[in-house]
Design a protein around this ligand. Structure first.
Ligand SMILES: Cc1cc2nc3c(=O)[nH]c(=O)nc-3n(C[C@H](O)[C@H](O)[C@H](O)COP(=O)(O)OP(=O)(O)OC[C@H]3O[C@@H](n4cnc5c(N)ncnc54)[C@H](O)[C@@H]3O)c2cc1C
Length: 505
């Protein structure tokens, strides 16, 4: 069993997803002795690649924000981190243009990545809604700008200054997306196309906060929607390299079995091997629920905090089909990401709550990087958001869901079911195998669980911190990178009352 090289570190980070990796690398770069422990043999968490027999799939992730060097909001957050760590040269970012396509009943709408062309596509769909959509995007821009400026730690003076410094966030902090859309879009078709990416936030417009969706759209259709050549494993590998090149240590393929706590303070961790590792700080970047149920003795967690954890709602999860195909996908799809949405976003969500598939996304990474499948073939990932972990638990039938997902994917790729050449882990029968990942974003993102309303980084156990998508400010890759910056700055006690950029660590 794998063991750490030393018995004492300043910081142990549990979990090598993008949140944990980023935080560990930032702390190592700031001179702390850091150990990162990751259960899986590859770093990345949901951002790993799934590689088998010459087929290379993205396990979960489709697209990321803020990987650009320079944009309308300044340097991209992710790019700034990679540059700070000196590993930005390890990636080949590809701006997706078109950004995505939406397959309605018999019609496909292709949405360009560049702002003007994106707005033009909506103007063609419904000229009367064009001004409303343009106005929406300028509100989205303002929300993203304000998010970047929010101080990492909100002291009393910061809170009092919010109505002046970040007026939109202050005024709309409890607003749902639906409320904003009602004031700007009349045509239901425009609304359906514009909100087709609702699974990227994991709630329908009537339930999601407008701020996460707005910031996401401002970045994607402003800074650019990015994919990584060779898949997102390249991002995880670059960050893992960011840890080790600054003197940190990464152990893959082993678990933290226990977090040591004495007198309400962490003492370190115990690895699966039984090795005891001392540390002044332990950062849990895995599932917060497991952290407090499995890694820490129940009596060490204050009752009030346990009750708070129980009140939080997890986000939706995802069902995925990873498939190889010899279909001529390049002649069939205009975009790497196609959202197949036979229903409105609200109806899609309602169907999934009842145990049926409401919408699927079909992504084909080999359209960007053909080397990720054998010649003449493509790797296709079909995914659907499902509320398996939500309160509204559906009657779950994997075979039925697989059939529905394939039938929906066929609207984008006719003939797919009969042209499957490979299924990872599937054996010779090439039977599509439903894979389940989740919750997609840690806690769900309704207005009362977003940003400062999310679980804080610091826990009631002194020296135990949270990072990643189970804590502030949000889920998704941008969210967990922001979370890592926040955790690192708070732990280092530096520039706490400044915004995310410059990194200033
Ligand atoms: C299907 C799917 C599609 C998605 N698509 C997108 C997208 O297109 N764009 C986007 O921005 N976001 C997307 N997301 C969300 C995004 O992937 C996540 O929000 C983000 O990757 C979470 O990162 P994290 O580091 O917080 O956690 P994770 O990626 O979950 O990493 C946590 C890691 O901790 C490890 N771990 C846990 N416990 C222990 C332990 N005791 N010891 C050692 N290791 C441990 C786990 O093995 C895991 O690797 C998607 C998510 C899913 C599931």
């Amino acid at each position: 069993m794998k063991e750490a090289a030393r018995d004492r570190y300043d910081v142990v980070v549990i979990g090598g997803g993008i949140g944990g990796l980023t935080c560990a690398a930032l702390l190592a770069r700031a001179g702390r002795a850091v150990l990162l422990v990751e259960d899986h043999e590859r770093p990345g968490g949901f951002a790993r690649n799934l590689t088998e027999a010459g087929y290379d799939f993205d396990l979960g992730l489709h697209v990321v924000m803020s990987l650009g060097r320079e944009g309308p909001f300044g340097q991209g957050l992710l790019h700034a981190v990679l540059e700070h760590l000196g590993v930005e040269g390890q990636l080949e970012p590809v701006a997706l243009d078109p950004f995505y396509a939406v397959q309605l009943d018999d019609e496909r709408v292709v949405l360009p990545g560049a702002r003007e062309a994106h707005l033009d596509a909506f103007a063609k769909l419904s000229p009367s809604d064009a001004p409303g959509i343009a106005e929406l995007f300028s509100i989205y821009d303002q929300s993203y700008r304000e998010i970047l400026a929010v101080p990492i730690s909100l002291g009393l003076r910061d809170l009092l200054g919010m109505p002046i410094k970040t007026p939109l966030l202050f005024a709309k902090r409890k607003a749902t997306l639906a409320r904003l859309l009602d004031a700007h879009i009349r045509d239901p078709r425009v609304r359906r196309v514009h909100t087709a990416l609702w699974p990227y936030i994991g709630l329908p417009p009537s339930r999601m906060g407008f701020i996460p969706f707005g910031a996401m759209m401002a970045s994607y259709v402003g800074e650019g929607a990015y994919y990584c050549g060779a898949g997102f494993q390249a991002l995880a590998d670059a960050l893992a390299n960011g840890v080790t090149r600054h003197g940190g240590e990464v152990i893959l393929g082993t678990k933290v079995a226990k977090i040591g706590v004495r007198d309400r303070s962490v003492t370190g961790v115990m690895l699966e091997s039984g090795q005891q590792v001392e540390a002044s700080f332990v950062i849990s970047a895995g599932d917060a629920r497991e952290t407090f149920k499995q890694l820490i003795d129940a009596e060490a967690v204050p009752k009030r905090y346990r009750r708070r954890l129980e009140r939080q709602t997890p986000s939706m999860s995802a069902c995925l089909l990873h498939l190889g195909t010899d279909l001529d996908v390049a002649s069939m799809l205009a975009a790497q990401i196609t959202m197949v949405t036979p229903y409105s976003s609200e109806q899609s969500y309602a169907r999934s709550v009842q145990g049926s598939v409401g919408a699927v996304s079909v992504t084909v990474p080999t359209l960007t990087d053909p080397a990720r499948a054998p010649e003449g073939e493509h790797t296709v990932v079909v995914s659907a958001a499902v509320p398996i972990e939500c309160g509204e638990r559906p009657a779950w039938d994997a075979r039925k869901v697989t059939g529905e997902m394939l039938a929906m994917a066929e609207k984008a790729l006719p003939g797919l079911s009969s042209r499957i050449t490979f299924v990872p882990g599937g054996g010779p029968a090439k039977e599509p195998r439903l894979r389940y990942l989740g919750p997609i974003y840690g806690w769900a993102l309704p207005p009362n669980q977003a940003a400062a309303y999310r679980l804080p980084h610091e826990t009631p156990i002194h020296g135990l911190w949270l990072c990643g998508h189970w804590t502030q400010p949000a889920g998704g890759i941008w969210g967990v990178v922001a979370s890592a910056i926040q955790t690192a700055r708070l732990l280092l006690d530096c520039n706490k009352h400044a915004g995310l950029l410059p990194l200033a660590l």
